[in-house]
Design a protein around this ligand. Structure first.
Ligand SMILES: [Zn+2]
Length: 258
């Protein structure tokens, strides 16, 4: 008996699964998710932000200590420079501005990821330093573009999808002149940031110091006061460092140095 017609029939019936499989793999791929995130930010900027006022610059390369880093989107306007970090993470999101890591939860599966506000804080500081701006002129915005739900209260600059537009539009106080907006936009656009930075190591040191200061700052778990690095004076732990409450001896709050 000849099986060829049957085989042909089976192959004929199954062959459409191949493009479906490719499509499904594409939709699941990190590449597509990245592109989708990009797309949401680009499209909503085009639709909801006036082109005359807001200038979107994509893929901005910034220098860092160990090379360079990429910011997907920077929006320059007289209301400030907005540095946008997109996060493609789905599920329940738990986090607060001061934590080093945030948590993603899908059913019972938990996953930690770097606090995007801290990540973007570095970007905003580098940009401030390179452009000679201050913290009232540069804003950090984090946009979650996956299918996610915040399960803890988030600051107003952490948003879903096109929600970041609302944050940008909430800034209505002009902090830059039209001329400054033009100069900043062209500086960022032509990518003149990297070479100038390489010749000027001061920026790196400057940013490193402020970031380190911010990341290590502690508040007393007992009374909320500032904490100070202290050293154990006696006993077998002598010489070890710890955070002690600045209100000592009135308050005896301590935190381990991590
Ligand atoms: Zn205290």
């Amino acid at each position: 008996m000849d099986f060829t017609p049957i085989i042909n029939q089976v192959v004929g019936a199954l062959w459409y699964l191949i493009p479906i499989g490719i499509l499904a793999a594409t939709l699941k791929s990190a590449w597509f998710k990245g592109v989708a995130g990009e797309f949401i930010v680009n499209l909503s900027a085009k639709l909801f932000l006036d082109k005359e006022t807001y200038h979107l610059v994509k893929n901005v390369t910034l220098p860092t200590e160990d090379g360079s880093t990429q910011i997907d989107h920077v929006i320059v306007s007289k209301y400030g420079v907005f540095v946008i970090e997109t996060k493609n993470i789905k599920g329940w999101i738990f986090g607060n501005p001061n934590q080093k890591t945030w948590t993603q939860q899908i059913y019972k599966h938990k996953n930690k990821f770097q606090n995007p506000l801290h990540q973007n804080y570095k970007h905003t500081k580098v940009l401030e330093s390179l452009l000679g701006l201050n913290e009232n002129q540069v804003f950090s915005v984090v946009v979650f573009v996956g299918d996610s739900t915040f399960k803890t209260e988030m600051p107003e600059n952490v948003t879903y999808g096109k929600g970041y537009i609302r944050f940008i539009k909430s800034k209505v106080q002009p902090v830059l002149t039209e001329l400054e907006v033009k100069q900043i936009t062209s500086k960022i656009e032509v990518g003149r940031l990297t070479p100038s930075f390489k010749t000027n190591r001061e920026h790196v040191k400057h940013v490193k110091t402020i970031v380190a200061e911010k990341e290590s700052r502690q508040n007393c778990p007992k009374c909320g006061s500032e904490m100070i690095i202290r050293e154990v004076k006696k006993g077998q732990n002598a010489g070890n460092k710890f955070w002690g409450c600045s209100k000592f001896p009135k308050c005896r709050g301590v935190v381990n140095v991590t």
